[in-house]
Design a protein around this ligand. Structure first.
Ligand SMILES: Cc1cc2nc3c(=O)[nH]c(=O)nc-3n(C[C@H](O)[C@H](O)[C@H](O)COP(=O)(O)OP(=O)(O)OC[C@H]3O[C@@H](n4cnc5c(N)ncnc54)[C@H](O)[C@@H]3O)c2cc1C
Length: 369
């Protein structure tokens, strides 16, 4: 399927057979940019994943890959810039100002749109995090250009335009979206959808500094303080190496304890399929899949999950998928590496006991590292 952001005039044939004619001034828009997201001094790893994908796109286009760093003066920003180079950026656009210490939409949108207007990237990628989604939407609307959210694949066509693929119709179809008449082409990608590139020993490169042209009095949003993280915010599924998840096949909320017990025994994070969140059996940040977290663990153990496409797209990056299901024809067995046809209510305690017997605390930590 092919969709276009805004009206679509014909000429060159793109993916899916749609004809495209790119305006002459698009030649002025060249580089691939990746927003380096930093919150409270920590760079979000999705920024490095996007630098990896951005490198591929930049190489195909024969252009430079740039990181965009917006942050306060100081060590955290300096080291975020160095990390951007270590993960493959050729150059970094930097806006450094105390107003950029904590994320607020107005100064970040101003900094980013000023950079885009000044240096004209062809492609701008942001993580589909809470911060990235907020920023991408306001940057795209301010610049009057297209934004394709939650992409699962990014590529460039023979004419150099970005082919941004994402699920549609409830995840049953994939569509490839082009921004035909406007630049830059903006896309967001959720954490863990793209692979983490190797880190190199190149923490230096060209830094182009730009001044922030907004003052505190022009910013409506004020930060009064930060609330401490609630318990459910502790879920770190996206970056966990071992994940155990339960589905509707567990039959009752109390049976989720079996999943949690196994997770504790092997030092894993635990999660669930969507219906369990809808039933209120688990908090939303434990949901795995298309509308939950995308995970890429070394080991993923599922119990009582059928393997619907919306769940599958969130777990396909796992190195080893072990599925426990009573139905030998369950779709999960189409993509699990190891299938166990068994009643999870009886199998999970036995598995937990076996792991507990065999794993010393030391080897448990090793499994999870
Ligand atoms: C727009 C949209 C977005 C969605 N996003 C997500 C998402 O992000 N994540 C997600 O997970 N789903 C998502 N869904 C829902 C998805 O389509 C499925 O409905 C859901 O994944 C099914 O959950 P489940 O596998 O737990 O339940 P079911 O499909 O009901 O499967 C239960 C499985 O348990 C097995 N079973 C039964 N008893 C036992 C037992 N005792 N031991 C072992 N196995 C047993 C059954 O054989 C069955 O295969 C989305 C749907 C839509 C339309």
């Amino acid at each position: 399927m092919l969709t276009a952001n805004r009206e679509s005039p014909p000429a060159a044939v793109g993916r899916g057979g749609m004809k495209k004619e790119l305006p002459e001034h698009f030649k002025d828009y060249r580089q691939v940019w990746v927003f380096i997201e930093m919150e409270r001094g920590q760079v979000h790893p999705v920024s490095f994943e996007l630098l990896g994908k951005g490198r591929e796109l930049a190489n195909k286009l024969g252009v430079e890959l740039a990181g965009v760093m917006l942050g306060p003066p100081g060590e955290a920003t300096r080291s975020a810039v160095a990390e951007a180079f270590a993960y493959g950026a050729d150059l970094v656009y930097l806006v450094k100002a105390p107003l950029l210490t904590d994320y607020r939409n107005e100064p970040f949108t101003k900094a980013m749109t000023d950079l885009v207007n000044g240096y004209k990237p062809s492609i701008l990628l942001l993580g589909a995090t809470t911060l990235g989604r907020d920023l991408a939407g306001s940057v795209a609307t301010t610049l009057l250009t297209g934004l394709t959210a939650d992409c699962t694949e990014l590529d460039v066509d023979s004419d150099g335009s970005l082919a941004a693929t994402r699920p549609t119709f409830g995840g049953s179809l994939l569509c490839t979206i082009y921004t035909l008449n406007y630049r830059p082409q903006i896309a967001t990608v959720r954490p863990r959808v793209m692979a983490m590139p190797p880190r190199t020993d190149k923490p230096v490169g060209l830094v182009i500094e730009h001044k922030l042209s907004i003052i505190e009095e022009e910013i409506i949003t004020k930060i009064l303080g930060f609330l401490p993280d609630g318990q459910s915010a502790k879920a770190n599924l996206a970056y966990a190496d071992v994940v155990v998840a339960g589905g509707l096949g567990l039959g009752a909320a109390e049976n989720l304890q079996l999943v949690k017990n196994l997770a504790r025994a092997i030092g894993a994070e635990y999660g669930c399929s969507r219906p369990l969140v809808q039933k209120g059996w688990m908090p939303p940040d434990r949901q795995i899949g298309q509308t939950g977290k995308t995970i890429r663990p070394k080991l993923y153990i599922t119990a009582g999950i059928s393997g619907a496409i919306q769940h599958r797209v969130g777990v396909e990056g796992a190195d080893l998928i072990v599925a426990i299901n009573t139905d030998p024809n369950a779709p999960i067995f189409d993509f699990a590496h190891l299938g166990i046809v068994a009643d999870a209510i009886r199998f999970l305690p036995a598995l937990t006991e076996a792991f507990t017997r065999r794993l010393s605390p030391h080897s448990r930590d090793k499994l999870a590292s």
